[in-house]
Write a protein that binds this ligand. Structure first.
Ligand code: CA
Length: 512
């Protein structure tokens, strides 16, 4: 009997020990954070020391992409490892995530992980399958944000969202059961529109003049979908709502983001933006001068919002250091998609063009990931769910469409994907035509439909900013036919019936 008890104790001990050694996972996902503004990606616009630290101590994915470049759908893909047409959350307008479906989090929770999602969620329905969650309703607010709690009640917390989300995450880590591994997702609202900086960061970029991207004054020749969009700094970006240049104090009072400020926050806000508005009025700018003024304001507010994001990522890393969790925690930083910082004259996202299709993604896991690596394999946000399960040693109970990139992290001689498949559905705000397409890293073929019926083909080696649509040009017949064949194949592989149907309706030129 004694022997049996001892056996039980020992085997329990072994199990508990093995449990403890399973890696922790920390995923920090921001919103609309452009790789063009991250110094680890070579940006000269600002410094992002915390993101750079993850890249330096771990690896940087130079060609990480999303399957559908927009907030809610991107998070749904992250959770399910399946494309939008499979997880059901195709766009932000009609989308509502069916939280009862399978997610990697549910498998992790079942296998003994403590799991949590804190911050921006944007999937409309309440999270399911997490040990803990506390999320922003919808887009959430930068100042004094409301949170939805697990009992569905709401709580308003005074302060700045990015800092508060990190505070809540640290509180949850403090109170967790340390005998179990954790998987924590910190979802930041930053750097989403309307780019409201924390008070301490407002003046940070006032003396900087940002260079205009070379294609800021793009006229969209040969690109019909690009021509009909509504997302330019010039025509779409709103003076009040976006740039805080309200015609009067009363007009500012009507803005929900400003109305919720405390008197102290409001005083600081007015003290900063008031004189800028006065100066703008005195200058009477029009035409290009006004557009370029808007661009400078956009960049200053956006980057100030990103500064708080980076410093709170830094806090998360320091928390891991302080609690000796760094060595056994995989840290992933990524955005829900990329963003335009004036390229093509735009802000926002949605297009399969590189700035919004690509997302920043860095990972650190000492002991597994060699420090300082830059990896140019083609990977997707779709691949994270299977990777997390692979890392945790959990066999998924469901079929995922992503592929584990764990072998890539371990440098086991594997490359990423051969082709990337993309499908954007929303046909509303910003007037971006629905489209789907394929990229092999060099050639990219896009089929627009609904708003615009057209094809586009790019050679990223000779035209990295995608200004020259090669579709229909002589000399490109062969590559076009090849890419179309691949597109048909890959849309079938991912069981995208809608795309497959559209591909049966030929448009465009003979011979292509
Ligand atoms: Ca987003």
């Amino acid at each position: 009997m004694k022997k049996f008890l001892l056996y039980l104790l020992v085997s329990y001990g072994v199990v508990a020990n093995a449990q403890q050694k399973r890696p922790n996972i920390l995923i920090i996902i921001s919103d609309d954070h452009a790789f063009q503004t991250i110094s680890a990606y070579g940006s000269k616009l600002t410094q992002t020391p915390a993101i750079d630290r993850i890249a330096k101590e771990g690896m940087l994915f130079n060609r990480a992409y999303v399957t559908n470049s927009i907030c809610g759908p991107s998070r749904a893909v992250l959770l399910t490892g399946r494309y939008s047409h499979k997880n059901g959350f195709k766009d932000n307008v009609s989308g509502r995530f069916d939280s009862s479906q399978h997610t990697f989090i549910k498998d992790l929770t079942k296998s003994g992980y403590q799991t949590a999602w804190i911050g921006k969620w944007h999937l409309e329905s309440a999270p399911q399958g997490f040990s803990y969650w506390k999320v922003l309703p919808g887009q959430g607010s930068y100042f004094n944000p409301d949170f939805i709690k697990m009992d569905n009640s709401r709580e308003r917390i005074n302060g700045y969202a990015t800092t508060i989300i990190e505070d809540i995450a640290e509180n949850w880590l403090d109170g967790r059961d340390t005998s179990k591994p954790f998987c924590l997702v910190i979802g930041h609202k930053a750097t989403h529109r309307t780019w409201m900086p924390d008070i301490q960061d407002m003046r940070r970029f006032d003396t900087v003049n940002f260079p205009l991207p070379a294609n800021f004054y793009d006229e969209y020749q040969g690109r019909r979908a690009a021509a009909v969009q509504d997302m330019t700094v010039d025509k779409t970006m709103i003076m009040g709502y976006d740039l805080k240049m309200f015609p009067s104090k009363e007009a500012a009072d009507k803005d929900g983001n400003i109305r919720r400020m405390t008197p102290d926050q409001r005083a600081a806000f007015d003290a900063y933006y008031g004189p800028i508005k006065q100066d703008l009025d005195a200058r009477n700018l029009t035409g290009k001068e006004l557009v370029e003024w808007k661009y400078q304001r956009y960049m200053r507010d956006y980057l100030a919002t990103a500064a708080s994001l980076d410093s709170n990522i830094g806090r998360a890393l320091e928390y891991l250091d302080r609690h000796k969790l760094t060595d056994n925690t995989l840290v992933i930083y990524l955005s829900d998609q990329g963003f335009y910082m004036g390229e093509h004259g735009w802000f926002d996202k949605r297009f399969m063009y590189e700035e919004s299709f690509r997302t920043p993604m860095v990972m650190r896991f000492p002991g597994m990931i060699q420090a300082g690596r830059v990896d140019s394999s083609l990977v997707m946000n779709l691949d994270l769910a299977p990777t997390m399960l692979d890392l945790a040693g959990v066999k998924s109970t469901h079929k995922l469409q992503g592929e584990s990139i764990l072998p890539l992290l371990k440098q086991e001689g594997v490359k990423g994907r051969k082709n990337l498949y993309y499908h954007y559905y929303e046909n509303g705000e910003h007037a971006v035509s629905p489209h789907f397409g394929i990229s092999n890293g060099r050639y990219k073929l896009i089929r627009f439909y609904k708003r615009v019926e057209s094809w586009e083909l790019y050679d990223l080696h000779t035209d990295s900013s995608e200004m020259k649509n090669l579709y229909g040009r002589s000399g490109y017949e062969k590559i076009t036919r090849k890419m179309k064949k691949e597109l048909t194949k890959i849309s079938k592989k991912f069981e995208d019936a809608e795309a497959s149907e559209i591909l049966k309706r030929p448009i465009g030129l003979k011979g292509f």
